[in-house]
Design a binder for this molecule. Structure first.
Ligand code: G6P
Length: 393
């Protein structure tokens, strides 16, 4: 099919703008819209949920989910970042110990073999050689180990017709469709949504979440598309203007903590992929153990500071960067008041439940990378040396 850029200068920008629709479509497909909390469980003391009425409809069979004791995730690149958010969700919501490995590493250092392990392959293209090979190896290793270790393979992709789709018995189709820009944007966001849904589904089945928390998260998810629209409409111009200031910048640091640490990694990856600026993502609390030595007035620092458990800590880490003359850019709600005054520039996002915040905080970072690269006149959709799907190992 003919895919056009329409009014957008690049496919990447078009795909960034498709994200509200992608999320909306995914939520409509996989959350029962008529889901009502059964009155009995609402009032029950345990506040756990009635298994028969799961709000999430991913069509995953019991054989895949029942009795799972741990999860192992295999992925590369941006999909690996989505998987790190997935790990946070699976552990915090569904109480499932989760490992995330680069597929290219897992092949040579597979995790210790344990029974009842769900193995998830995450790939936007469905064709990444390392991911497919790591999954095949894991499948064989588990078959060889006997029935107790039987493989429970699940794929997460926007390309159900891909090699991944042929290989695994169960898939979550993230419904993001084909992505043209080499730097992943909408497919990443769709993978995040898939992980929220999977973690909620497993949390429901395992009764590790209360009805009220589940309702709260679902309600929050339903507001995400319009919140992304708000970020897109409010920032298109100011991020475009901000990008002027970085025409000579050679290094960037991105800081995040907790569930937003993977977003710091992703913000840095987007920037280096398309602008060729060296960028590092770091857990904010680790900055003092290395990257702080790089800081001066020539190295801008982007800090993701969303209200929640780690907010104050991130602000104080950001302060340390500011004390080394770094220009400080905050991804934070406008409402954060006084503490936001430390930032030289704000990429504001709506205030949301901390658990949902990665879905929003990545958006201004995509725009920042895009505008910096576009301003430098670079080939945003086809960056040098990179390919949309990497079929060499
Ligand atoms: C390539 C792409 C990246 C992508 C990575 C993994 O390097 O340029 O955008 O994140 O492969 O791809 P996958 O298709 O497995 O998600």
């Amino acid at each position: 099919t003919l895919v056009e850029k329409q009014v957008f200068k690049h496919f990447m920008l078009k795909e960034i703008h498709e994200q509200p629709g992608v999320v909306r479509d995914c939520l409509n497909a996989y959350i029962h819209d008529d889901w009502q909390v059964p009155e009995t469980s609402k009032t029950s003391k345990s506040a756990t949920v009635n298994k028969s009425l799961s709000p999430i409809n991913l069509n995953l069979p019991n054989a895949l989910c029942e009795g799972v004791e741990q999860v192992q995730i295999l992925a590369c690149g941006t999909s690996w970042h989505a998987s790190l958010v997935g790990k946070y969700l699976l552990e915090q919501l569904a109480d499932l110990p989760t490992t995330v490995q680069y597929a290219s590493e897992a092949r040579y250092s597979p995790i210790p073999l344990r029974p009842n392990t769900m193995t998830i392959g995450v790939t936007q293209s469905g064709e990444t050689a390392d991911t497919l090979a790591a999954l095949a190896m894991e499948q064989q290793r588990r078959i060889n180990a006997g029935a107790a270790f039987a493989p429970r393979l699940l794929g997460i992709t926007n390309r159900p017709e891909s090699s991944l789709g042929q290989m695994v018995p169960h898939l979550i189709d993230t419904r993001a469709g084909i992505e043209i820009g080499v730097a992943a944007t909408k497919t990443f966001l769709a993978q995040l949504i898939a992980f929220y849904l999977l973690a909620l589904d497993l949390a429901w089945r395992r009764q590790t979440i209360s009805v009220s928390r589940l309702e709260e998260i679902i309600k929050g998810l339903r507001q995400i598309p319009s919140q992304i629209e708000l970020i897109l409409s409010s920032h298109e111009q100011d991020i475009g203007e901000l990008s002027h200031d970085f025409s000579d910048t050679q290094d960037f640091i991105f800081l995040g903590r907790g569930i937003n640490f993977p977003i710091a990694l992703e913000g840095a990856l987007k920037l280096k992929e398309i602008s060729y600026i060296h960028a590092e993502g770091y857990p904010a609390g680790e900055m003092k153990h290395g990257p702080i030595a790089l800081l001066d007035d020539k190295v801008p620092v982007v800090a993701i500071a969303m209200p929640g458990m780690v907010y104050e800590k991130v602000i104080s880490n950001a302060q340390e960067a500011k004390a080394r003359d770094a220009r400080l850019i905050g991804v934070t709600p406008k409402t954060s008041g006084e503490s936001a005054e430390i930032f030289d520039d704000l990429l504001s996002v709506p205030e949301v439940d901390e658990l949902l915040s990665p879905i929003l905080t990545v958006i201004p970072l995509q725009l920042l990378a895009y505008h910096i690269a576009a301003r430098r006149g670079l080939d945003v959709d086809q960056p040098r040396n990179l390919a949309k799907s990497v079929t060499v190992e």
